[in-house]
Design a protein around this ligand. Structure first.
Ligand code: SAM
Length: 473
């Protein structure tokens, strides 16, 4: 199939032939120092590199140039994201699923997993528990089951979540990770006020995709791969893509991921808002030893670094699938959003799951509480941010991207991060975390660019100390 970045057809914008040629080109040039040096020179301009150039960087076998790549990824991260790390938590609504995904414990034939679907009252309790931890931003997750989890259920759940205001708590941005759906349903999700629509491709390799998804609606490769086009047609302008590393070769999916980003940019004028980098984990009924493409840590770190270089404006997300040590490494190299205190079982924030319940989607590798994660980030010199300002001010899609590209977003990001951190410290932090956070705020307030913004930020911080909430730039 011929490659056409602007095509509406999955097999043309994710052309298998183009991916294979790119992989062969990268392999042929992995020791080509002048070429790698020239790609790095272009990358230093911070406007990204193409999927082919990124594939060469990923394949490079020159240790000193790999070190340069890592250093450049750190620089780009610093330039666009500073030390800010946006915090979120997943909320699992239902694990009923009609699909047959062979790597996912939700698959329809799994009889050992306990199936659960939250009622609106149970969602209320989960959200109160999440608000009491300090979360302001959620990612909703469900299995795919048109009868048990129809779009109406998801929409009603979003309304419930936004309506709950417990003490000083509020969920201010609900991102949604549900199965591929129709333009009409995406329009309804947009109207319900979602932030990002997230959908992982799992793998871009059609043949392997079909083997990994033998039954159920998700088995339709083209329908799944074209989902973001439908989402954008339905008016959702912040979309989040990702692959599940470990299903196919990382080389294939890395190229596919960047071609997908280039396609969205070419067709809609705005690339993905975020890229997630989940790695396959053990789970009920799932043994990672059955998968031959699991990605080792060193390669995973290089993937994150090269993605940072290739798409400097795109947020990168890492979940609790990764251990604290692995998270520390990828935070340095490019990740800008992190989940904390996550429970991947349905109802897990209110009831700690019993050992025989098995309702979780994957085994969590980072089991620390949100407060522990926040304190750890502060110790590492990061600013944990609970900011949702851009989305609430209508700075989404191409409006957001053009501000990022001009470097203007950073002017409001730092004060917004400090304001939301202050709220967290006042309402939810342990005394030790509060002390670290206050020291960080005092130090960084002085670095807020612009005298007027700095002065307003100082006033807002004082007001938060006196009990007022929800200031933003
Ligand atoms: N059901 C939705 C769909 O079909 O896209 C998405 C929700 S699912 C709860 C979220 C993601 O978890 C999946 O897209 C998949 O990439 C990931 N996942 C599934 N099984 C996993 C495993 N064993 N380890 C790590 N991640 C897994």
């Amino acid at each position: 199939m011929k490659y056409d970045v602007k095509s509406e057809r999955a097999d043309e914008f994710i052309s298998d032939a183009e991916i294979r040629e790119t992989m062969a080109y990268a392999e042929a040039h992995k020791s080509d120092r002048p070429l790698i040096v020239s790609i790095l020179k272009k990358a230093r301009e911070c406007r990204g590199v193409s999927h082919r150039e990124a594939a060469v960087l990923l394949a490079s076998d020159q240790p000193d140039l790999t070190e340069e790549m890592f250093a450049l990824a750190r620089e780009i991260k610093q330039k666009f994201y500073g030390n800010r790390i946006v915090m979120f938590a997943p909320l699992y609504l239902s694990n009923y699923c009609v699909n047959g995904c062979v790597y996912c414990p939700y698959h329809a034939k799994n009889k050992t997993i306990r199936r659960r679907k939250l009622t609106q009252e149970e969602i209320r309790q989960e959200v109160i528990a999440l608000q009491d931890m300090g979360h302001k931003r959620l990612a909703l997750e469900t299995g795919e089951d048109p009868v048990r989890n129809p779009i109406e259920y998801v929409l009603e759940s979003i309304r419930t979540i936004y309506s709950i205001k417990h003490k000083n708590g509020a969920i201010r941005r609900v991102n949604v990770n549900i199965a591929a759906t129709t333009v009409e349903n995406y329009r309804r999700l947009k109207e319900a006020g979602i932030g990002t629509y997230i959908l992982f491709q799992e793998t871009y390799n059609r043949k392997n995709y079909e083997a990994l998804h033998p039954t159920g609606p998700k088995s339709d490769y083209a329908y799944h791969t074209e989902a973001m086009d439908r989402a954008m047609t339905g008016g959702i302008d912040d979309v989040g893509i990702g692959v599940l590393f470990g299903l196919d070769t990382y080389r294939y999916d890395f190229v596919g991921l960047l071609m997908h980003a280039e396609h969205l940019e070419a067709r809609f004028g705005v690339g993905p808002h975020t890229i997630s980098v989940p790695r396959l984990c053990p789970a009920d009924d799932i043994d990672t030893a059955d998968f031959e493409n699991c990605v080792p840590d060193e390669v995973f770190h290089k993937i994150v670094a090269v993605l940072r270089i290739a798409v400097p404006y795109t947020g990168m997300i890492v979940s609790t699938r990764e251990s604290p040590a692995s998270r520390a490494k990828v935070l340095e190299l490019g990740v800008s959003q992190l989940s904390g205190g996550s429970r991947t079982s349905v109802g897990g924030y209110v009831h700690e799951e019993a050992a025989d319940e098995n309702s979780a989607q994957f085994d969590v590798s980072d089991r620390r509480s949100l407060d522990e994660v926040v304190a750890w980030l502060l110790d590492l010199g990061y600013i944990p941010s609970f900011c949702t300002a851009c989305y609430r001010e209508g700075r989404t899609g191409d409006r957001f991207m053009s501000l990022v590209k001009k470097g203007q977003i950073a002017n409001c990001c730092l004060p917004n991060a400090l304001l939301t951190l202050k709220e967290y410290l006042q309402d939810y932090a342990s005394p030790a975390t509060r002390q670290k956070g206050e020291a960080m705020i005092a130090r960084l307030l002085e670095t807020v660019p612009g005298e007027k913004v700095r002065e307003n930020a100082r006033r807002y911080l004082e007001a938060i100390g006196e009990g007022r909430r929800d200031f933003r730039f």
